[in-house]
Design a protein around this ligand. Structure first.
Ligand SMILES: [Zn+2]
Length: 196
């Protein structure tokens, strides 16, 4: 995309950029969806946590506690995704489908897991926030106890029934991530079936 043609940020994107700029103590003009957290913004592990917490507060969502590759390793067995610190072809396929914001040219054989973190861009956070907001929007708003329509809390990622005080948390980031992983697995299977 040419810098002469700036694309309009929608509300979610603009708020994510602002949160990340604040967390990294940078002017918001320094932060674009393509910015690498580590290489362009100098983020270290604690900054990733700080950004996740700040986005949770901003959007009243719950971030996953693990990243995509870690969750995939837990599910498929680490040996299927990593060999001596190098991402396997299956791991690369899952990453390409599951983290489509990563430049696919960088997902090459021989990719070391340590290099993967450098590929995390602001766009990764934007995608995760959108997924979490989408699953929140799809929640059943009726109280499971008395079927009254619940109200979203102003402070916490939860819904409250004003009639009977039942509290229902928004879908957890870990559940949303796992559903995303299963969808990606299905997509990977379909593309293998199509290729053979
Ligand atoms: Zn109720």
């Amino acid at each position: 995309m040419s810098p002469a043609a700036p694309h309009a940020h929608d509300d979610v994107e603009a708020r994510v950029l602002a949160v990340i700029a604040r967390a990294m103590d940078r002017p918001v003009s320094d932060v674009t969806p393509e910015s690498s957290l580590e290489e362009d913004l100098g983020a270290q592990s604690l900054d990733f946590l700080d950004i996740a917490f700040s986005l949770e507060r901003e959007f009243r969502i719950q971030f996953p506690r693990t990243d995509f590759l870690q969750r995939a390793s837990d599910h498929f067995g680490e040996e299927n995704l990593l060999k001596d610190g190098v991402v396997t072809p299956f791991g690369l396929q899952l990453l390409a489908l599951g983290m489509p914001e990563i430049d696919s040219a960088k997902l090459k054989s021989g990719l070391r897991v340590a290099e993967l973190q450098k590929m995390f861009t602001v766009a990764t956070f934007i995608r995760v926030v959108r997924q979490l907001l989408e699953s929140k929007a799809q929640m059943d708003r009726l109280c499971p106890n008395c079927k009254t329509e619940m109200t979203e809390s102003n402070a916490l990622p939860e819904f409250i029934c004003k009639a009977c005080n039942t509290v229902v948390p928004v879908p957890s980031g870990d559940d949303v991530l796992f559903r995303h992983l299963l969808a990606v697995e299905q997509e990977a299977r379909n593309s293998r079936a199509g290729a053979s």
